[in-house]
Design a protein around this ligand. Structure first.
Ligand SMILES: *C/C=C(C)/C=C/C=C(C)/C=C/C1=C(C)CCCC1(C)C
Length: 238
């Protein structure tokens, strides 16, 4: 097989490569730190490591898929998200559990995240002609998660779970509000519906490249950043 080289102006392949490395390094870090993590936070830090590890495996695959075909690995991107985003919901449940979080809250968060991702997948692949409609439904599910974390049950429980949990939940809330909002931006750049029918990038290849770069940057920020907030919490006093 021909040896594939990343061209110096191939930012898509480059961000897939950096993403793979970053997710691998973060996983090694979280897993190794487990041995010095107190019992109370061990599951939370383990889940942080699982999130970046699952992403590392997908990124390893997506990196070579993209390099060999030049295409966007949309299917595996969504497989990754469908596994990792619910695990981020698990993190919210785990840190508020001691304050009385019920399993129903976890299921609601997971259900909303699945609606958000499945409708996004429809808009990107199966029914691209209606990408605005699917994007709006996905956005509604996204705002429901934002609501739960900022004003709903997660926020209320975090208030009674101690200063450190409240602080961590607030920072994670910023990740959900700002870090996760990068994804709809990638979707708007990459789908034909664009933003309410306005196509921002008209060349289809350039649009799909823009989308991949935005998603790759967002994944690194959100998965590793989220994990580090949990890690910091595990090193706090309460
Ligand atoms: C590690 C992966 C994460 C945190 C992925 C998060 C993905 C989203 C928040 C995606 C959201 C979308 C919308 C809100 C509307 C358009 C379609 C999506 C799926 C890109």
């Amino acid at each position: 097989m021909e040896h594939l080289k990343i061209a110096s102006d191939n930012y898509v392949a480059f961000t897939f490569f950096i993403g793979t490395m970053a997710m691998m390094a973060a996983s090694v870090f979280f897993f190794f730190e487990l041995s010095t993590t107190s019992q109370k936070w061990r599951t939370s830090v383990l889940v942080s490591g699982l999130i970046t590890f699952i992403a590392a495996v997908h990124y390893y695959y997506m990196r070579s898929y993209n390099l060999e075909t030049g295409d966007s690995p949309t299917f595996f991107r969504y497989v990754d998200w469908i596994l990792t985003v619910p695990l981020m919901c698990v993190e919210f449940y785990l840190i508020t559990k001691k304050a009385g979080a019920k399993i129903g809250l976890l299921w609601r968060l997971i259900f909303a995240s699945l609606v958000m991702l499945v409708t996004g997948y429809f808009g990107e692949t199966i029914d691209r002609g209606n990408s605005v409609l699917w994007g709006v439904i996905s956005g509604a599910a996204y705002f429901y998660i934002v609501y739960l974390v900022w004003f709903g049950e997660v926020a209320n429980l975090a208030q009674t779970a101690g200063v450190q949990v409240a602080k961590a939940t607030r920072v994670l809330g910023w990740f959900v509000l700002v870090g996760w909002a990068i994804y709809p931006l990638g979707y708007i750049l990459g789908t034909p519906g664009g933003l309410l029918g306005i196509q921002l990038v008209s060349d289809p290849a350039a649009a799909s490249h823009a989308m991949d770069i935005v998603y790759n940057i967002a994944d690194a920020i959100n998965k590793i950043g989220f994990g580090l907030v949990i890690y910091t919490l595990s090193r706090s006093e309460d």
